[in-house]
Design a protein around this ligand. Structure first.
Ligand SMILES: [Mn+2]
Length: 426
């Protein structure tokens, strides 16, 4: 963790300006009848989970260039996640990936507790072969043509639930890489039948207070067809499985230009929005930092979420997580900035003048309706985020504090450098 004196010292340098900026913004919002302290309280209570794999340097299928002081194992990863939470106060939970993060559950729990962290959804992995595994996932997992391979994938998911129960998780996220690379390679219907049958076996063992999230992805690793390719298929799965099954929306897993905020609205309307994997993209599933390419889209997604929150949509309780690949940045810095981008989109959505928006929608005043959204999006809400952070014990400028702390250099002295050979995800 970072010395609290460093946090205090870097905050002291910025406290006076923050107070002035916060007061000025408060006055501006007050003119529109928006109490800034109420927005700050909502932002302060907001959290987005960090995936354990996000604190390692990512890569593409061409190469991976490891950074300094990469975490060696889950306990190092938890420490990095602890720093992100310490400075941003926006990331209270960590999402584990099995088998990458397999460890004694009581040790995991103790370490997380010591760092002030909790556990979010468990993530299974049937898109890679693990050492000693009898059946290969080269041609699929839950939808494989071979029953023993499907069974192995089901059992792996059940093991993830068991580990999750021991550490206090309440959800399982299932993403499969199953699909086909050539027309004719797979029978679409049979393949999806096999998937549903296997998914039902997992669902049958889900604890009563858990949720099952299925995540769709349009393409990759399969390049011709993917079994759970879009939100429509995802919705069918959630419907087939039952009321504890929900759809997870990863912002990167859609065709270019797809209206993701509208998908979000549809899933909310039918009570099946399970949660998000936040990231951003330019061309495809680029896994870029959240809000780095299209912050307006992120805002529009949050506009739907705040709308659902305000009208208390039944069953609305989405899980929020970052899921991105940090190939050229320090992952801790990227995750801190991304968590703040998500918070920013939330804060901007909270200050939308909703009664005015509804009026313009009713009157079919397209120009003023869209201007109402733009007005909120254009507002610089940074003072709200920074004030929420500092009042929660975090840093006014997390990246500046992190850089002053020398944390990366310190852990680089303890964690040996790793080889950069090979490509692949984190
Ligand atoms: Mn994802």
């Amino acid at each position: 963790m970072i010395d609290s004196a460093v946090v205090a010292q870097t905050n002291d340098l910025r406290a006076k300006n923050l107070k002035a900026d916060y007061d000025a913004l408060g006055e501006q919002l007050n003119r529109c009848g928006i109490p800034i302290d109420a927005i700050k309280a909502k932002v302060a209570a907001y959290g987005v989970a960090v995936p354990s794999w996000g604190v390692g340097t990512g890569g593409t299928r061409f190469a991976r260039f490891p950074g300094e002081g990469e975490p060696r194992h889950i306990f190092d990863k938890l420490e990095d996640c602890g720093v992100i939470q310490q400075l941003t106060r926006a990331t209270p939970d960590v999402s584990l990936h099995i088998p990458w993060d397999k460890a004694d559950p009581s040790e995991l729990k103790a370490k997380a507790q010591a760092l002030g962290l909790g556990f979010d959804a468990m993530n299974s992995n049937t898109f890679q072969d693990q050492e000693g595994q009898p059946h290969s996932y080269k041609f699929g997992s839950l939808s494989h043509t071979d029953a023993a391979t499907r069974q192995q994938a089901v059992e792996h998911n059940l093991e993830c639930i068991e580990i999750g129960r021991a550490i206090g998780s309440k959800a399982l996220t299932v993403w499969i890489g199953d699909g086909s690379n050539f027309p004719g390679q797979s029978n679409f219907t049979r393949q999806f039948e096999r998937y549903l049958d296997a998914a039902k076996q997992i669902y049958a063992q889900l604890p009563g207070d858990w949720r099952l999230f299925t995540e769709h992805k349009m393409y990759e690793p399969a390049f011709y067809s993917t079994v759970v390719q879009d939100w429509g298929t995802n919705y069918m799965i959630a419907q087939e499985l039952g009321e504890q099954a929900y759809c997870l929306v990863d912002l990167g897993h859609h065709a270019p230009n797809v209206n993701i905020e509208m998908i979000v609205a549809r899933l909310v309307q039918f009570g099946k929005l399970g949660g998000f994997h936040f990231n951003d993209s330019k061309y495809g599933d680029d896994d870029l930092d959240t809000g780095s390419i299209d912050p307006y889209r992120l805002f529009l997604v949050f506009n739907e979420l705040v709308d659902a929150e305000k009208r208390q949509a039944p069953g609305f309780d989405p899980a929020h997580m970052l899921d991105q690949s940090h190939n050229v940045t320090d992952p801790i810095e990227s995750l801190m900035v991304s968590a703040m981008e998500v918070q920013r989109a939330y804060a901007q959505a909270l200050i939308v003048d909703r009664p005015a928006l509804e009026g313009f929608q009713q009157e079919n005043d397209a120009l003023m309706a869209t201007t109402t959204l733009k007005k909120a999006f254009r507002t610089d809400v940074e003072p709200i985020l920074a004030m929420a952070r500092v009042e929660n014990g975090g840093a006014i400028d997390p990246v500046a504090t992190y850089r002053s702390s020398g944390y990366r250099k310190k852990v680089a002295g303890i964690r040996p450098a790793v080889s950069g050979a090979g490509g692949g995800i984190v």
